[in-house]
Every structure is written in C-alpha cells, then in structure tokens.
Design a protein. Structure first.
Lengths: 336, 336
C-alpha cells in the first residue's frame, strides 16, 4: 500500500476528461479503490459503462478519500479545489492535472491549503478530448511535474510515491512559476506556432494545394492545431505572461533565421540550424546518471532546494520512500 | 513496359542520397534496368553492397538510358543537368528530385531542354540523410510534383506514367513557380518555425528543463530541425522570396494569436484556433472524386491548363495512358 499501510488506498478523480479520465482508468486498472465524478452526466454514464465506479454527486465521490485528483477545464480548478477541500478531511491529499501551475498554487496558498495540495501537471495528452479518448497508459514514462512547497513536503512525498509507483511516470519536481516558464517554451509556444501555420494555410489563396502537398514538416508542425480550440485558449491564457515572453525568444531566433535567408548567408543559416539541431539531438535520447539521496527530519529547506535542482537540471525522480520521517529519493540526472 | 514497348526500360539515377537513393532502390525493386551513380565513392560502394548496379563514372551510368533522375544537393542540379543532357540522347527523358523548381525550370528552358526535362519533386523524406537512410517505399502514396510545360507534354506524360505505375505516388501537376509558392507554406516555413523553436530552446537558460518537459507539441514542432543543417539551408535559399513571403503570412497570423492572448480575448483566440483547426481537420483525410479526362492531339494548351487546375485544386493523377497521341488521365479531386 502506498498511502495507508493499513488499508487499501482510496482515491477520487474529479473532472474525468482526457487527462482526469486517464488518471481514473489507470488508478482503477492498478486496483486502487477509486471513484470518478464529472459535471457532465454523459461522461459519468460513459465511465460507468466502462466499469469504473462513478458517483452522481461530487461530495459522494470525494467522501473519506486519501487522495483526490482535480481535472477539468483550467478556469474551473480554483472553485473545484475549494469545493473538494471543504468536502474532504485534513489528511486527504489534493492535486491537480492542469497545464499551468503558478496561478492555482498561489490560490491554494491563499486558501491555506499548501500542506495538502500539491500542484501537478502530467505532461501527456493527445489531440482528442474527453473520457472516450482517455488511456490508462497515457502517463507511462511521461514527465509528471509536482511542485514541492516547503510546508507541503509530506504531501509532495506521498504523491511522488504514488505517481512513480502507480503511473510509472517520471516525477519532475519544480517550483510552480518555474514550471510555467518551462512549459511556455516546451508546450505553449509550440501550440501558437502550430496555430499560426495551420491558420495561415487556411487563409492562403493556395490553401487546397498547400494541404495536398503538406509533407511531414507541415503535418508535424500543425498537429496540436487540431486540439480543441477552447482548451488551447484556456491553456495559453492561464500562462499569458510566460507564453508571451517565450514567444519573444522564439521570434527573435526566427528573425535571425529570416535575416540570414534574406541576405542569402549560407554560413549563418547553417550555424543557426546547427544550434537548433543540438537541442533536437538531445530529445532523441539523453543518457542519465542515477543517484539516491536521503533527507532526515528537519532538513526540509535542503530537500526543497535539492528537488528544485533536479527539475532545473532536466532530471526526474523514479521513486520515493518515507521511513519514519527520513525520505529517500531515486533521482536521474542527464549526463553532462 | 512503360516507356519502350519493345524493350525493358533503362533508367539511371545520378546522385543517390536519401531521395535519389530511394528512387534507385524502388526502380531496382520494380525490375527496371537501373544504374546509379554518386560523386561519393563510399556511397557507390554502399549501393553495390546492396546489390544495386552502380557505375564508377557518370557517363557510364547514363549512357543509352531512357530516363535519368537527377538527385544530389540542390545547388549542384544545374551543372548535373547540363552534364547528363550532354551525355544522353535526345529521346532520353530527364527529371530531378529537388525541393524547389522555378530556378531549375528556368535554367533548363535557357538550355533548350524543356522538351525532355520535366522538373519534379517527390514530397517525401525523413530527418536522416544519405543512401543508408533510403527506402524503396518512401514515395508510395506520397505527392510527387511534376511540372508540365506546353512544349514538354510528351515528356510529362511519359514521366507521369512511370511515377504512378512504378512508384505508386500521387502525381501533382503544377507550374514550377506555383510549386515553389505552395511548398514555401507546406514545407519551408515549417522548417523555419522548427528551427526557431529548437534554437530558442537551445539558447534558453531553462534549456535542460525544457528538453526534459518537451511534450508532443515540442517534439513534433521541432522534428525537422534535426535534418542536416546544410540541406535545410540549401532548400530555403533555393526558394528565398517565396519563403519570406509565406513567412510573412504565418507571422501575421501569429501576431493575431499573440494579440488576442495579450488582451486576454478568449473569443478571438478560440476563433483563430477554429480557423487553424479547419485546415488541420482536412489533413486527416479528404474525400476525393475520380474523373477520367482525355486530350486528342493538338489540344496541348487545354491539357496544360487542365493539369494546372488539378494541382491548384489540391488534386492529383493516379494514371496516364498515351495511345496514338491521345492521352487519358485518371484524376482525383477533393470533394468541395
């Protein structure tokens, strides 16, 4: 047992679309006592048809649970957090699966929930939406950001254990604002570029021919432009300042490429693409060094600093054990 | 037999990298009498080891051939065209596999080669390079642009027949300058965006974390940034004006997205993404209507106009038969 040594873990998932639904399916497949709830009645019926326990009322879903995952559209998460916090006991761990973190983390702090709410972001998805598109294996091997707070380390440890053990995800510890700056470049600006490329093709007088000749670069580069428009809009608006800052970095590089092209400077073009290629090459597969690190009771500030360092260095956790207050992490760091 | 009813087709491929090599492998697999040549001695040895006939000298490879495919780096194609034209008979059909067309088409016209040179562009590739990455099935189902000239229709018909029958590719007839405008948006600007995204990530102080959290949108959006830098540079420089014009269209749409985000205008964001999604949805699969069209001798201007119309409408050819000067095409047009 992961969270309660003496009993079967009791979990709930509130908001069971693509991401929440995949969390629900995985927990259920892993034998966890889990109940789902979604405001959409059709979604609840779908879950029931799939053989997954589902409550008709949110309060029934979360009653007497050890951990509740909060899903659903990003703008709804603050209200959901308040509602679920009020309906659960103090020992009940709360986390969310939203794609931006600073705003909700700040809100949770204002609400005095830091000790049991751990902002989270499983970095997986598809271009589809809803429970029908959910997959129990969606998070296997994926990065799953969790934000450790100095006064929320106990909750962080419990959730890190659950996420590594049940979801086989790579837990990436990161401060909420750092997360938002990173995903602005790693996910949100790519959505802007994909939208711009597909949108320009749509408006082009050459539209039909462009779509007919669309090769791998166009198909790949526009894939996420096919995701539900409102979901993408919510994601971008939830991280506006960071997205606009990251976009400036990308358009600055784009200007350099265009400038080199305009002046027919072959060497400059090749040099810029060599930079781009260096980042791309590392995506193909980075070798990691494993390290195990333990923190005794009272070392919380050092623990948070070390965790943040793991995330900043591109590393992740694959395990977490808490024995009588001394925690041990298994970490993986990219070789330098 | 496709080109000579009385004898086995004799073909050659000059420049056997990724694209030329894939042409070579396919022709060989189809039982065509084909010989390859590449300026790189190691590539020639590789081809020989793969059991594909390869000459040591270009002149030997192309001597007495019915058709020669010209591959190799884009800037080398004009010189290769001149050399191969001089080494082959007037009846020998010439075509290239370069990624831009207007410059080479204009050069061929200056050289008086329009009647036997058909500018071509098979729209397939991988992020790898060289004969080792070549695949005989690379073009199956892919778009393969061929540029019909009013005084080169006989050559166009022969080549369209060969490309549909032997490569099972979709032949897209298109004027050379139209092709370049279309691929600027369908392929070249996507390469610029991919380079800008990967390059900005490479330079970011958050580089390691960005690469660790790179989700599908970043991986897809940067894939072609991993292609050989010089090849990408040649491609962009070979279509500079069209690429810069298409980039302006894409950055204009990007500015609209960024403006909507900056002013937190949810409706405007959703509306822009709905436009983008409309183009994307058609990529998933367009239904086509089939039509068969014949042209008797003397109808060449109507034939060229009809062919250009097929390409402009997002259509393609799947077959071409020339019986006593009357040509019949099987065309597929997107349903409107």
């Amino acid at each position: 047992m992961v969270l309660r040594a003496d009993a079967r873990l009791r979990a709930a998932v509130v908001g069971t679309g693509l991401i929440g639904g995949s969390v629900l399916l995985r927990l259920h497949a892993a034998g966890v006592d889990v109940t789902g709830w979604d405001p959409d009645e059709r979604t609840r019926r779908q879950a029931r048809l799939a053989g997954v326990p589902t409550a008709d009322r949110l309060a029934d879903a979360v009653a007497d649970r050890d951990v509740v995952f909060l899903g659903g559209p990003l703008p709804t998460l603050p209200a959901t957090l308040v509602e679920v916090a009020a309906a659960t006991a103090e020992h009940c761990l709360l986390t969310d699966v939203g794609s931006t973190k600073a705003e909700l983390a700040g809100f949770a702090a204002e609400q005095g929930l830091t000790s049991r709410f751990v902002p989270g972001h499983p970095m997986a998805g598809t271009d589809r939406a809803g429970l029908a598109a959910a997959l129990p294996e969606l998070f296997t091997g994926a990065a799953w950001v969790l934000c450790p707070a100095p006064d929320g380390l106990a909750a962080f440890r419990r959730l890190a254990t659950l996420v590594t053990d049940v979801f086989a995800a790579r837990v990436v510890p990161m401060a909420a604002d750092r997360h938002d700056a990173v995903v602005a470049l790693a996910s949100h600006v790519p959505h802007l570029l994909a939208g711009a490329l597909a949108g320009a093709a749509h408006r082009s007088p050459l539209r039909e021919a462009v779509l007919a000749l669309a090769a791998g670069s166009f198909r790949d580069g526009t894939r996420v432009a096919g995701t539900p428009a409102q979901r993408t809009g919510n994601m971008l608006r939830g991280n506006r300042d960071q997205v606009l800052a990251a976009l400036d970095q990308v358009t600055a590089f784009l200007d350099e490429l265009a400038g080199a092209l305009r002046s027919d400077d072959a060497d400059a073009l090749t040099a810029r693409y060599a930079e781009a290629g260096a980042a791309r090459a590392e995506l193909a597969g980075r070798p990691y060094d494993e390290q195990v690190r333990s923190f005794p009771p009272g070392a919380e500030p050092a623990e948070v600093a070390w965790l943040h360092g793991i995330g900043a260095a591109g590393g992740h956790l694959s395990g977490c054990r808490d024995v009588a207050g001394t925690v041990s992490y298994v970490a993986h760091l990219p070789q330098t």
